[in-house]
Structures are given as structure tokens and as C-alpha cells.
Design a protein around this ligand. Structure first.
Ligand code: AMP
Ligand code: ZN
Length: 430
């Protein structure tokens, strides 16, 4: 295992002890600082951190939900005096009221630490030049990458999303070695590099991508077009400071999360009971050091699973799998529950497709729902085979997802590309 400067080489026992003391501290902190949490915990019979004997006691604590965040707007879960707050951030969510989170100076420091640890795990050093292609402003993404660079000592190039011309210019003129972006933006940029014949003029070695679910084909595609050494999936959300709560290490067998900062449970979203080890469910997060807006068993809505065992890289930090999507991204089509990730999984099995798709749903006058699935042919595949390919995709969709879409194969590059989070499902039924 490499020798890390910022990632602690804690044993599992030490982590467990850390989590227990962090949980007790958090309980005392929120009872003291938040009327909301104090009342919730009193209902559960908890009046002090000392009531927590072991981590198993976590299961009897109440969960916190996104509607609790909405009710507390604009300072949900606030557990410190407002004068201790040095910053507000909000999620990029477009539905309902934005999720606003407050930060103390210690929270900002922890945010930069978690990002810098991710960079360290990805093998970045102060030699690296990190071109940042995610959003700046109220969102956590751009500022998070920036903080991480400054903490680890990398050079940051804070361009933000969009502005392809400027990205290409800095990739060639500065020789950026790492890009921070969404997977969609990485794909878009790789296609532009190819189109402009710039592959030999850039020095990009790594991409750290996140903020949305990706699929393996898309990732291989931008890795190949840009001649990357490696790429890393980074997880995070505004509620967990921002990006950087977890990163997939160079062994790519799951994302290590910082278990000295968070406890992650995976629960069945209906019963709120833990799922059997290694199975998929909703990630529920408890923060262990967060001061301004701490989370107590917060239902993230994100679906993933915990990966049992220790990673072959030797790092003791536990892992979760890539985030499959949000439980509220689920579509109900003719009584069948579908997650967009399932469509990607089906397309992964067809070498003739590039992985890009667009799904449209509409309802006719008789109230009958229809689905059109447009799929991009890969540049190497034969156009003459489109009809057979469409039939084969339909059959696999019927077997695996239990729906029968109209399947249309389109030319490479025909479907929309995205600079931020991709939007591949257009539900026009409501
Ligand atoms: P925001 O709080 O606006 O930054 O959005 C956070 C949400 O983006 C998370 O709850 C996830 O649903 C999604 N997300 C973030 N990172 C990833 C990732 N690496 N893979 C899949 N989804 C992600
Ligand atoms: Zn690892």
C-alpha cells in the first residue's frame, strides 16, 4: 500500500472505536445545538451520547429525511449559532426547495480534507495540474475540487462546466494532467479532442468524474479517446459536505468511503431494516464530525451496496459500490419499476452499441403508456445490422427489465451530450 499523507492508515478496530466516539459526540452536539434533533431524540429515549453503548444502538435512532431539510429551510438541522456559520452551499437539485447546508470553518476544513484524500488515493501529487470542469457558485462541486487541490498542493485551473473552447485551450497550453468533471462532460470533451485532432497535444493522465451514474462503456470510451492512465469515480453530495465522500481506488473494486467521517448504513427503503450484507438498498448516512448541519441517519435516496471484505489495495477504509441512482429516479412503466441504471446494464451487453441512450415515455389518449428507446450504434458497428440489433435489445429488455420499448438505433453522436449531469429519460406522461 502506498504511504499516504492525508489518508489515515487506521485498523478496523480503531475505525470502530472512532465511529463510536464520533457518534456519541454528534449526539451530544445536536442535543445541545438543535431543537429539532433534541425533540426527535427525546422521542427515541436518548438524552445524551452516553446512551449509545455500541454502534448497534444506531439502529434505534430516528431517521432524518429530505422533508426534514425542507421544513428547516434555509437552515435545516442547524446545530451551531448562526455566528459560527462561515458558508452556505446548496444542492443542484431542481425539484422542490433546494437543500441548503451550513458550514462552520471546521466543516470547510473537513470538506477540503475529504477531497484531498480522494486526490491522494487517485495518486495525484503537487506536480499535478487539475482542470476543473464542474460548477462553481452555490454548488459544492467546483469549490470542493478547488479546496482539494489547495490542500494537497496541486495546481488548480478553475474553468467550470461548459466552455469547451477554453477547456481545449488549457488542456493543450497548460498541459493539465487531471480533469475533474461529470462522466458526461468527460465524454463530450474526449469527442471534441478527437474531432480537433488534439490527442497528441494534451497531457491528460487522469479523470476524476462524479455527480451522476456512469456506465462502463462510456468510461472506456473517454479513457481510450484521451489516452488516459486511469479514471476514478468520486461520490458525494451537498449533505456530506460535497464531493469526495468516497473514491474508487486504483484497484477499481468499489469506492472507499471515509469511515472516520461518516457511518454508512444500507437499508431496505420500505422497511428501513438493514439489507443482508452486500445487497443493494438505500444509503443512510450519519456524520461523525460535522458541526453546522450534522446528519443523523439521513436517508440519501441513493442506491448502492456495501462491499464486504478488505480491498486488495490494502486500505482498511470500507467500500461501497458505485451509486446506481436515486430511489426517486425510479420510473413506473405499466406497473414495472425501472431504474435508468438497468437500461445501461442491458446496453453494456451489446458491443454494437456505444452505451449512449435516450428514453422517452408518453401516454396516449386512451391512457396507454409507450416507451421509445433510442440507442447509439458504436462507430465500429455495421449499420446494415440495425434491425437485428434493435430486435436483440428488445428481447433483452423484455427478459431483464420486463418492458417492451420501441427500439431505434441511431448514428454515433446523434444523441444529446451534456456538460453537467446527463438527462437520458424524458418522461412526458404527466
Ligand atoms: P448534489 O448534492 O447536488 O451535489 O448531488 C448529489 C447527488 O448526485 C447524489 O445524491 C447522487 O444521487 C448523485 N451523485 C453524486 N456523485 C455520484 C456518483 N459518483 N455516481 C452516481 N451518482 C452520483
Ligand atoms: Zn482499494
Amino acid at each position: 500500500m502506498p504511504c499516504y499523507r492525508l489518508i489515515p492508515s487506521t485498523s478496523q478496530d480503531e475505525l470502530y472505536a472512532n465511529q463510536l466516539s464520533g457518534l456519541r459526540w454528534t449526539i451530544d452536539h445536536i442535543i445541545k445545538g438543535s431543537d429539532f434533533y433534541r425533540a426527535r431524540l427525546a422521542e427515541a429515549g436518548v438524552s445524551s451520547g452516553r446512551d449509545i453503548r455500541s454502534l448497534d444502538d444506531l439502529h434505534r435512532l430516528p431517521v432524518t429525511t429530505t422533508s426534514d431539510l425542507r421544513e428547516g429551510y434555509p437552515y435545516p438541522l442547524l446545530s451551531v449559532p448562526l455566528t459560527d456559520v462561515v458558508r452556505l452551499h446548496a444542492s443542484s437539485g431542481t425539484t422542490g426547495k433546494r437543500k441548503v447546508m451550513a458550514y462552520t470553518q471546521n466543516d470547510v476544513n473537513t470538506f477540503s480534507l475529504q477531497m484531498a484524500r480522494c486526490f491522494e488515493l487517485a495518486g495525484l501529487t503537487p506536480e499535478d495540474k487539475v482542470q476543473i470542469a464542474v460548477g462553481y457558485g452555490l454548488w459544492t462541486a467546483g469549490i470542493g475540487f478547488q479546496l482539494g487541490c489547495e490542500k494537497l498542493g496541486c495546481m488548480s485551473i478553475p474553468i467550470g462546466p461548459g466552455n469547451i473552447e477554453m477547456h481545449l485551450q488549457f488542456l493543450t497550453d497548460v498541459g493539465s494532467t487531471c480533469l475533474g468533471s461529470t462522466a458526461s462532460m468527460a465524454l463530450l470533451l474526449s469527442e471534441e479532442v478527437e474531432r480537433n485532432n488534439l490527442a497528441d497535444k494534451i497531457k491528460l493522465k487522469k479523470i476524476i468524474f462524479g455527480a451522476e451514474p456512469h456506465d462502463a462503456k462510456m468510461r472506456r470510451n473517454f479513457e481510450r479517446k484521451l489516452g488516459l492512465e486511469d479514471s476514478f469515480d468520486i461520490a458525494g453530495m451537498t449533505e456530506m459536505f460535497g464531493p469526495g465522500s468516497a473514491l474508487d481506488c486504483p484497484h477499481h473494486t468499489g469506492l472507499h468511503y471515509w469511515a472516520d467521517l461518516f457511518i454508512i448504513e444500507v437499508l431496505n427503503p420500505e422497511t428501513l431494516e438493514p439489507v443482508p450484507a452486500g445487497e443493494t438498498g438505500e444509503m443512510v448516512v450519519t456524520t461523525l464530525t460535522k458541526e453546522a448541519s450534522p446528519l443523523l441517519r439521513y436517508r440519501t435516496g441513493d442506491l448502492s451496496r456495501l462491499i464486504p471484505g478488505v480491498c486488495s489495495c490494502g486500505l482498511q477504509m470500507p467500500r461501497h459500490d458505485k451509486i446506481l441512482g436515486r430511489s426517486d429516479d425510479m420510473i413506473i412503466f405499466r406497473g414495472v419499476n425501472i431504474y435508468p441504471g438497468q437500461i445501461s446494464d442491458v446496453l453494456q451487453t451489446f458491443p454494437e452499441t456505444a452505451g449512449e441512450y435516450n428514453m422517452q415515455l408518453w401516454r396516449d389518449d386512451n391512457g396507454r403508456d409507450s416507451m421509445l428507446l433510442k440507442v447509439e450504434r458504436s462507430p465500429q458497428a455495421d449499420k446494415g445490422n440495425d434491425a437485428n440489433l434493435a430486435k436483440a435489445i428488445l428481447r433483452t429488455m423484455q427478459q431483464r427489465v420486463m418492458v417492451s420499448p420501441q427500439v431505434e438505433i441511431v448514428d454515433p453522436g446523434q444523441l444529446p451530450r451534456f456538460m453537467g449531469k446527463a438527462k437520458r429519460v424524458e418522461d412526458k406522461r404527466f
